[in-house]
Design a protein around this ligand. Structure first.
Ligand code: ADP
Ligand code: MG
Length: 627
């Protein structure tokens, strides 16, 4: 509950709505206790007094009645009627919806056709007809408003119920011997309750307006009783001469309906579990940047990350997902980034083009140099133009990244035309050429296939082809083979190696598998808890790993034909990114760790092409043995 309120108030507008509504409701509820003048006493000698007149704070109306008193009593009545109508409509509508959704078949048909009949009339007309039949009066207005809103609830709730009624937990309840009523009340109702509450919170405002509308037409509250609609209706004649008499109830209606709608939207968002983890907003087009530290050194290679820092700010917590990462890639080089899952590899890759979802992602420091310019500094238009054209991404699961409703050809065409205005025929020819480049058999036919018609390996080939569409200089491949089986993985790796040779591509290859790194990468960077802990040419790192973490990572790779060697796992767990230890993050799991490892940052030591972030690297031991 407190979680819900917190979430609700994180949305400023919903919070504002809640506060305004609370103030209005409290005043309306307390109206009988306030020192107000009687609302219905006329005093024609003192009619149309302006606001702030003596004794009448908001002035008087055309019969000399106190406006303030009528306003508060009227608000009280309007709120009560609107709320009552909403409850009646919700209860009856939901009952109809649940019943017809649960039983289905003929009952469903019968009930829904009845509801359809109600819906066939324009609802204001229907409400007018009902009041005309029942006679004017507030109670009848309430009935009319409730009735015209029943279909809305019935339809909504039926839809949700149909989806729930076929689920296993309903079957289980039935198998357990529960009756229909029991199932509806204890299994279905709790599940549709959030939908009912949301539907109510977003419609109460409407119902208040509709009731006010009927009163305005003289069909709701009858004189001398005041509600907001009848106050407006009576003030109509003096709209020009004494606008205050209309403006005051008008403003009140505005504030009530606006605050209810803001609050209703907030409630809807706060009840949506998908929004719980993130903030209540869509990710921005580019990762947010808040700089505390600005690295700026001359660029090395094609792409140069300099002390890049990306964090996730969730409430008061700060997750340091990427911590002062420095890396560079030469033209035509393949750099591997390896580490356990959660070590920050994907966030590093996404930070380059500002693709980390924000909120909660924030780039807090460093530089990303490409072609002599800092991508973090680039205007958004230029950055967007570079995305996919100069630097392209390949992701782990191509089924998730390909659009399920478009053919492969259409999607490739889109990727091509975003960056170049070529003709349709040309685009198709180019797409075909690319599919052939990635060795897809029957490329012509495949062009018209949908993603679900292709196998995993084929889909990943399409993913690679799409990355190649605009002849990028650098491809960032984020675990592109993790979802594939070994034979297909080998094919994809061979394909990437070929493409790199043929086109002089640079590749940043992210993986958690040292076997894959060994096959493809020239250099490898080992990542642990958001930091690069070791870096060097692949062969050297595999031969003589310097960081204890690297060594253990290599030792945990199974070897084919290596006999029944016991696989060594790394004891302990990676640290939580929002609570990193002060010294080396690996120290708690390291067999070589000394006290000095646990306090103070560990510097990166560079010797030739190798670099290691460790006080007691493994290699020094072997060197010592050799000496
Ligand atoms: P991987 O190395 O497996 O690709 P990621 O780069 O995806 O790891 O994630 C690195 C870390 O970033 C995770 O351990 C997690 O703590 C943090 N992280 C990622 N996304 C979020 C998020 N939306 N909110 C908070 N923390 C996140
Ligand atoms: Mg990842």
């Amino acid at each position: 509950m407190t979680g819900f309120l917190k979430l609700l108030f994180r949305n400023r507008l919903a919070g504002l709505g809640a506060v305004i509504l609370a103030v209005i409701v409290v005043i309306a509820v307390l109206a009988p206790l306030l020192p107000l003048q009687p609302p219905d006493i006329t005093d024609t000698a003192r009619r149309f007094l302006p606001p702030l007149s003596e004794g009448h704070l908001l002035g008087t109306d055309h019969l000399g009645r106190d406006q303030l008193s009528r306003l508060l009593w009227g608000t009280r009545l309007s709120l009560a009627v609107g709320f009552a109508a909403a409850v009646v409509a919700a209860v009856i509508g939901s009952a109809i919806g649940i019943t017809s959704g649960y039983f289905g078949g003929r009952i469903d048909n019968l009930m829904m056709r009845g509801v359809d009949m109600l819906m066939a009339f324009p609802y204001i007309l229907l409400a007018l007809a009902i009041v005309a039949a029942l006679g004017p009066g507030l109670t009848n207005a309430l009935i009319a408003v409730a009735v015209v809103n029943i279909p809305f609830f019935a339809r909504n709730i039926r839809g949700v119920t149909v989806g729930l009624a076929g689920r296993e937990f309903i079957d289980a309840a039935r198998l357990g011997g529960k009756g229909h009523l029991g199932i509806i009340l204890t299994e279905l109702l709790p599940n549709v309750m959030p939908v009912i509450i949301v539907a109510m919170s977003t419609t109460i405002g409407w119902m208040i307006l509709e009731t006010a509308g009927l009163s305005f037409l003289g069909l709701g509250s009858q004189p001398p009783q005041a509600d907001l609609g009848s106050m407006l209706g009576e003030a109509r004649g003096a709209l020009i001469t004494n606008p205050w008499t209309s403006i005051i109830p008008g403003l009140m209606i505005f504030f009530i309906v606006m605050s209810i709608n803001l609050l209703g939207d907030g409630v809807r968002d706060a009840l949506d579990p998908r929004l719980k983890s993130g903030a209540l907003s869509r990710p921005q087009a580019r990762t947010m940047q808040k700089f505390t530290d600005f690295a700026d050194q001359p660029q090395k290679g094609l792409l140069d990350l300099q002390k890049l820092e990306t964090q996730f700010h969730v409430g008061k917590r700060v997750y340091k997902a990427v911590n002062q990462v420095s890396l560079h890639i030469e033209p035509g080089e393949c750099l591997g980034i390896i580490g356990e899952s959660g070590s920050g590899k994907s966030v590093t890759a996404l930070s380059i083009m500002g693709l980390v979802a924000s909120p909660p992602g924030v780039i807090t420091g460093g530089a990303v140099k490409f072609e002599g310019r800092n991508l973090l500094d680039l205007p958004f238009r230029e950055l967007r133009d570079m995305r996919g054209r100069r630097i392209a991404y390949i992701f782990q699961d191509p089924l998730a990244t390909l659009h399920p409703l478009y053919t492969v050809g259409d999607q490739m065409a889109e990727a091509i035309t975003v960056h170049s205005g070529t003709s349709r025929a040309d685009t198709r020819r180019r797409a075909l050429e690319l599919l052939k480049t990635v060795r897809i058999p029957n490329a012509e036919r495949r062009l018209d296939n949908y993603p679900h018609e292709l196998s995993g390996g084929m889909r990943q080939r399409v993913g690679i082809a799409m990355a190649l569409c605009n002849e990028p200089d650098l491809i960032i491949a984020d675990e592109p083979t993790t979802a594939l089986d070994v034979t297909v993985q080998a094919q994809i790796l061979a394909l990437l190696a070929d493409l790199r040779r043929e086109r002089g591509l640079s590749i940043m290859f992210i993986t958690h598998d040292f076997g894959v790194v060994g096959q493809l990468c020239d250099r490898v960077a080992v990542m642990y808890a958001g930091r690069i802990v070791e870096e060097g040419p692949t062969a050297q790192v595999l031969e003589t790993p310097a960081h204890p973490y690297t060594r253990r990572l290599i030792a945990s790779v199974p070897e084919l034909g290596g006999g029944k060697r016991e696989l060594v796992s790394i004891p302990g767990l990676p640290p939580a990114m929002d609570d990193l230890p002060p010294g080396c993050a690996f120290a708690p799991r390291c067999h070589r760790a000394q006290d000095s490892c646990r306090s103070g940052a560990v510097p990166n030591r560079r010797t030739g092409p190798r670099a290691v972030r460790c006080h007691f690297p493994e290699a020094s031991e072997t060197e010592a043995a050799h000496a």
